[in-house]
Ligand binder design. Sequence first.
Ligand code: ADP
Length: 260
Amino acid sequence: VSTGARPLKNDDGDFRGAVVVFNEVTGLVDALAAKDEVVSTVSHEFRTPLTSIIGNLDLVLADTEGLDSPVVRRIEVAQRNAERLLALVSDLLMSASSAVHVHPRRTDLAGLVEASLGSAQAHAQASRVDLTMDVRGPIWAHVDPLRISQALDNLVSNAIKYSPDGGSVRVSASTDDGLVRLHVADTGMGMTAADARRVFTRFFRSPAVREGSIPGAGLGLSITKAIVERHGGSISCRTLPGHGSTFTVELPADGPPAAF
Ligand code: ADP
């Protein structure tokens, strides 16, 4: 049931009672669950053939002797697009499943940031964006390293994607009161306050982005939020149109290693 309530006041503004409305939404909840089930099944079925396509293209590209370079370029384009499709299908699959599964262990977050930036460096160079980190490790936290890397990768790739040529992206960290904060700051296009309020909603893309040619499905940030919250953390965004955005992930820190 979904509920809504409004106070009832007399002409003097005195509280006289309340109107409470209950809506029976079982049908809606069932429909949403059925939709997620379809998305989840279809995405899952897409993964196997896509993985096979990518594997076979990888094999062809591992030995290109005897192939003309225009042919190699076409195969590379096909491989890049198949990988994009696989990433999209994986995001759809994850966003349709009701629970994010995590396997937490003691992890150095500084190491994860370094690895994430290492793999984003090529994207940053191609987009002419300066990508730097100001994180001194180790910073221990009890997290699932794969999932937190996925969250970081999403934030860093957005920061690059939504920054113009010559922009800069900086990842920094701070610890305070048993909390670790990771900040991903860019000097990119930023967002309006109204967009920033909806940015973690599934399938949301800001109108400015939808008009342009920057690819995306509006799933990355909702997945990132689910991952962070599954670790008992939170995520927030400060942004100014035309000036840039800073996304901050807050996670519970892990204490120092136990002495034996
Ligand atoms: P996608 O990037 O695939 O569209 P996301 O869920 O990652 O999906 O982001 C949702 C939307 O939030 C984006 O479409 C964009 O409008 C906005 N956004 C996210 N990160 C940034 C950023 N660093 N700067 C400006 N806008 C952003």
